[in-house]
Write a protein that binds this ligand. Structure first.
Ligand code: GUN
Length: 284
């Protein structure tokens, strides 16, 4: 009944994948076969599942991918050594270190050991810095996915009041920057914000990334608002759900992203886009 209100990650990612496959074929014709190297340390089941998804996506678009699965006991030095080899390997265009890393490894040191020109996650300080000043960069996959969904739905950010809930380095902060670059007026809410509902009720667009089921409820949004739900949670029945009370909101919002079938698919497709972009940069 509310079909027209859904911003479908399935639809957008399918169109993007077709475009990516075309670009891969063009690159291959020039002797460049895009390749992503994924490093995973330890046996976190959620991380293993995410990584499997990344390889499946690559295969679907004929992007090469290799999986470097390392034991939990891997030292930081060993990991840095592997990254150094991948940095120097001309056949590798993208390097992704799956997070979180085991506690004995310093995430910042590892991420920033990745050559920024192969940092398809957009997590290195160089990429984050370039994104912040609006220079060419690998935009982080989830934040860019949020913007892509708004674009696809025809929601212009210019002059809009955008409220972002969550201030993580992976989502909240970068999506705020990307929205600001589109000339939105951005408010970032977090766990210490006073009266979040007062802020969200003013918003034209709400991007929620807190990791809590049913965090955003209908009383917190104005009529006709747009909601981008970045959350991926499991409810008490084990079902995937986002941070927004979808059933409560759907009658009130003008557009909303579903979970599953929403932002998560955009994250995955943007990793492919960044890998192809890196391979295209080799030509330049
Ligand atoms: N762990 C959870 N999300 C991500 C992501 O986007 N990239 C990496 N490298 N690790 C993650």
């Amino acid at each position: 009944m509310y079909e027209e209100k859904l911003i479908s990650g399935k639809e957008i990612s399918a169109a993007a994948k077709a475009e990516i496959s075309k670009k891969v074929a063009e690159l291959k014709a020039k002797g460049i076969h895009p390749k992503l190297s994924v490093i995973i340390v330890g046996e976190n089941p959620a991380s293993q599942s995410y990584v499997r998804g990344k390889h499946k996506d690559c295969a679907e678009c004929d992007i090469l991918s290799d999986n470097i699965a390392l034991p939990e006991s891997t030292t930081q030095e060993e990991l840095l050594d592997i990254i150094d080899k991948l940095n120097k390997d001309n056949t590798v265009h993208g390097i992704l270190v799956q997070l979180p890393l085991p506690k004995h490894i310093e995430e910042y040191a590892v991420i920033n050991a990745i050559d920024p020109s192969k940092d398809v996650d957009g997590f290195t300080a160089v990429n984050v810095g370039n994104m912040n000043i609006g220079k060419d960069c690998f935009a982080p996959c989830t934040p860019q996915g949020c913007i892509d969904m708004l674009d696809y739905a025809g929601v212009d950010l210019c002059g809009k009041d955008v409220v972002v809930i969550g201030r993580s380095n992976i989502v909240g902060k970068p999506v705020s920057v990307l929205a600001l670059q589109r000339s939105a007026t951005v408010t970032i809410c977090h766990s210490k914000t006073k009266n979040i509902a007062e802020k969200t009720r003013m918003a034209d667009i709400i991007i929620v990334a807190v990791g809590r089921e049913n965090f955003l409820t209908a009383d917190m949004v104005k009529e006709g608002a747009v909601v981008i739900d970045v959350g991926i949670n499991r409810n008490s029945e084990g079902k995937l759900c986002g941070d927004a009370d979808f059933d409560g909101l759907i009658g009130k919002v003008s557009k909303i992203t579903p979970v599953p079938g929403g932002v998560g698919l955009m994250t995955r497709v943007n990793l492919l886009k960044n890998t192809v972009k890196s391979a295209e940069n080799v030509e330049k």
